[in-house]
Design a protein around this ligand. Structure first.
Ligand code: PMP
Length: 369
């Protein structure tokens, strides 16, 4: 082949997709900076990791790796349906809830459809809209919180779906069930309502609970949750959607036959059996949040009170600089620039030791930048 060869053409939609910007992996920082002791507080993972029951279950299953997984995830499905008090047919599993978001797009989005979402919010909603050639309609947050009134105004006959990230990533704010209910009263039932509750388990506020009751009413509501966060299984990739069984059947049509792997299913099942580990993870998170809030206050930094395991904090100077300086000290956080917050950073709540190290590093960085 000569260099004159022309390349295959590709879909216009692909041109529009901005690459996902993940939290920097630990291995990359070690490689690039030659630092051995690297701490990642960038991707909202559970710093305790999964339940010890998970490791045991995985060890016991490792001789089964030559077998395809159960594509329907029957055992996990049964256990999770019992845990959530929903029917088994109301669940759809994904390779992370990321994949369920993509399945929703592949099922519903046509070119020129409008997809309403907040900004800033979780970037994958926009990416899947772009992927399908649909039009993202972004509605700015108000006080770091979804502006449901403005989102309802943004919904038209062309709107195919609305994404509500609750709690919102990257701000950690929530909308209450009563706010959601009145939002639903204001919008047509022709739009799919996606409630992304990736951080559901962390929320203590009573006004938040109850989204499952919205399923099966007038609107098509799909709730997304995941084993990546409080269950500590981000590396295995398993999340799920909950909806009415008719909607789930549609999503199942676009699901790849073996989308969730066998180890992920086994680990998720085991992790459901260890509520004590979830409780401990939540307690560590609450203590960590209180410590970080106090440290930010002592440093005179404003933060957004969070219902999750991460905090958005204003460092009052170029966040990319702070990001780089923290990186040089082996601490990975997320710079707010990609969310449109040039002076903010998002930090995941860690263990006591991790939080202390982060605070010391941040104090050092702020003293010199
Ligand atoms: N939704 C939100 C709001 C998230 O923050 C994340 C993780 N970054 C996801 C969905 C995806 O999670 P996973 O694919 O690991 O289930």
């Amino acid at each position: 082949m000569t260099s004159m060869a022309s390349k295959p053409s590709y879909r216009d939609a692909v041109r529009n997709i901005a690459p996902y910007v993940p939290g920097k992996p630990i291995s990359e920082v070690k490689r690039e900076l030659g630092i051995s002791d690297v701490l990642k507080m960038a991707s909202n993972e559970n710093p305790l990791g999964p339940s010890p029951l998970v490791q045991q279950a995985l060890r016991e299953s490792v001789d089964q790796l030559h077998l395809y997984p159960d594509g329907y995830a029957y055992e996990l499905r049964q256990a999770l349906a019992g845990h959530l008090q929903v029917e088994e047919e109301q669940l759809v599993f994904g390779n992370g809830s990321d994949e369920v978001i993509r399945m929703i797009a592949e099922t519903y989005f046509c070119p020129e459809d409008e997809v309403v979402m907040a900004t800033p919010t979780f970037s994958v909603y926009r990416a899947v809209a772009d992927l399908m050639g649909a039009r993202p309609v972004e509605v700015p947050l108000q006080n770091h919180t979804h502006n449901l009134w403005a989102m309802a105004q943004a919904i038209t006959d062309q709107t195919k779906a609305v994404f509500i990230c609750n709690p919102n990533n990257p701000t950690g704010t929530i909308v209450s069930q009563s706010q959601l209910k009145s939002f639903l009263r204001d919008i047509p039932s022709t739009a799919v309502v996606v409630l992304d509750e990736a951080y559901y388990e962390y929320v203590k506020d009573e006004s938040y609970r109850g989204s499952l009751d919205l399923i099966g009413e007038d609107h098509t509501v799909i709730i997304l949750r995941t084993f990546s966060k409080v269950y500590g299984l981000a590396g295995l990739r398993i999340g799920y959607g909950i909806s009415d069984s008719e909607t789930v059947q549609l999503l199942e049509r676009v699901r790849e036959p073996f989308n969730t792997n066998a180890m992920a299913q086994i680990a998720a099942l085991a992790s459901l059996e260890d509520q004590a580990h979830v409780d401990e993870s939540l307690a560590v998170n609450e203590r960590g949040k209180a410590y970080l809030y106090r440290a930010f206050e002592d440093m005179g930094l404003e933060y957004v009170p969070s219902h999750t395991n991460f905090i958005l904090v204003d460092v009052g100077r170029d966040c990319l600089r702070v990001f780089e300086e923290l990186l040089a000290k082996g601490v990975i956080i997320r710079a707010g620039a990609s969310f449109g917050y040039p002076t903010k950073i998002r930090v995941t709540v860690g263990t006591e030791e991790q939080n202390t190290r982060f605070v010391a590093a941040l104090a050092d960085v702020l003293a010199t930048t």
